[in-house]
Design a protein around this ligand. Structure first.
Ligand code: ZN
Length: 156
């Protein structure tokens, strides 16, 4: 998602990976989760959250700035879950598991372990696999917009 022009750009290589990983039928909701997460960033832009975070990040250490980034990303996962909640009638069996599997695959700890063989929590910018699944599920299970405050829950 690009806040400057408020447009969504999709990496087709990444979508192909999801497609290959989950299969043609099973990949569709993994893609829906990724898309909904990016639309979540659009919501954050409209609500002013992204701008507030960027301003605050300029006045803090890299480690603290990363924590704010994690809260912003987990909130986008929460919004993706909310979106799924309000579109339950369109979901197929196994869709939520697909979303969770995709969220698991893009957790910082999982990615770092895969790429560099070790994990450095201070450098996390998107949250752990567990956090990403948890926040998606919280949105999906509650459908409650008022629970979107990842910032105070992560004590930032
Ligand atoms: Zn994101």
């Amino acid at each position: 998602y690009c806040p400057a022009d408020q447009k969504l750009y999709m990496d087709l290589v990444f979508f192909n990976e999801l497609h290959n990983r989950f299969g043609a039928k099973k990949g569709d909701f993994a893609m829906a989760y990724v898309t909904a997460h990016e639309i979540g960033h659009h919501v954050q832009t409209l609500m002013g959250t992204s701008q507030k975070v960027r301003q605050a990040q300029q006045r803090m250490s890299k480690v603290d700035a990363n924590k704010l980034s994690v809260a912003l990303e987990l909130q986008a996962d929460f919004y993706a879950g909310l979106w799924a909640y309000y579109n339950k009638e369109y979901l197929e069996e196994g869709d939520i598991e697909e979303a969770l599997s995709a969220a698991n695959a893009v957790g910082d700890d999982t990615l770092q372990r895969k790429v560099q063989g070790s994990v450095n929590p201070d450098s996390f910018t998107h949250g752990t696999s567990q956090q990403r699944k948890d926040w998606f599920l919280r949105g999906y299970r509650t459908g409650d917009m008022s629970q979107h405050d990842t910032f105070s829950e992560l004590k930032i």
